[in-house]
Design a protein around this ligand. Sequence first.
Ligand code: CA
Length: 442
Amino acid sequence: MYERMSCSYLLCTILLFVAVLLAVTVTGTILFMNHYQAPPMSDGLPHISTNQDEANALVTVERGDGSRINIFIDPNCPDYNSNFMRLEGVQTSLLHSLTDHDSDLKSVKGQDRALLVSLAEEVAKLSAHAGQLKMDYESLRRGQSSLGQDLNTLQTEQGRLIQLLSDSQINMVKVVNSVSDALNAMQKENVGLKARVKADLQRAPVRGARFKGCSNGSRPRDCGDLYASGQREDGIYSVFPIHHPSGFQVYCDMTTDGGGWTVIQRREDGSVNFFRGWESYREGFGKITGEHWLGLKQIHALSIQGNYELRIDLEDFENNTAYAQYGTFGVGLFSVDADDDGYPLTVGDYSGNAGDSLLKHNGMKFTTKDKDNDHSENNCASFYHGAWWYRNCHTSNLNGQYLRGQHTSYADGIEWSSWTGWQYSLKFSEIKIRPTRDPENK
Ligand SMILES: [Ca+2]
């Protein structure tokens, strides 16, 4: 609608412009022609009048020949003013619009400003928050570093504790070891002590009588008594142990290492068979002057009288001699019935030059070929042709076969392994016991 209207206005405007231009041109032409007198025409000068006869004609040109040219203006063309008015209205409205827009812009700016202000406030808040966060972070970092320090301290403490624990463990092990050593020593000592106490108890009633008896002719309990009574000759004597009042004959060695030794076994020529059973070893066999075994019953009766020491003299077939001595000796010292108990051996405190081949037999019961008291699944006496305090089986076998020196069989001769090994059967062996002498009575 507006489009069509504006188009009409445009057309009208152009037409008006063309009409005005035409009028001006015509007027100009007429003025020019009036100024410059044309040659006289028979028709006379054209006459131009404005709107004389013709209705609505703007200008009327009357030629000399009487013809007229009317220049019309469209009576329907709308009024300019109204257009201008409209235009002014439009301009005013535009101005209003612009003003409004400006004010809108201003209000927008205000809004923006408010937004900016609020944004700034938000930014400030955020910045403050960030500052707080940073402070928190810093304090956390400080906390972390202090935690790290605490951790380091704890680790150091832990290391120190581990070290302490390790040290205390080492110390504990040392203490345990030393306690264990002390216990072992006490146990060893205890064995000897028990033997001595028991022997002391058993012989206590006659201890006073030993020396008194010897001096006034009372019966000797062993070769020690005989030696103490002045006997100095090796040979056969009768002894009367406390628990064997009927007495028995023994061979006394009155010359070796101070004398007073009661011989309990001798090997010297192989004349006596030593491969015998339990009863023979309990009661004794052989000749007292030659090869013999005194008997476990007799050895027991002697050794329980007091503290006894043991000496073993040895000789090989090259006439080399050696000896082994033990400060403690006894059989069946702790037995209620020694025979039932197997006459267990108590031996300790080695000295000598033959080496120790008996301590490993300490605590072992006596085994014969017909009575197996050893720790072997076999019978060691049968296996090694002897009779001894076998364990599993032996380091010495002095009741073995008389094999005369080197032999190819294994450990079944008269062996003292620490001196001549397990395949040398000795020429001579003598086992003897003597009551240990108090240092002041030696
Ligand atoms: Ca056995």
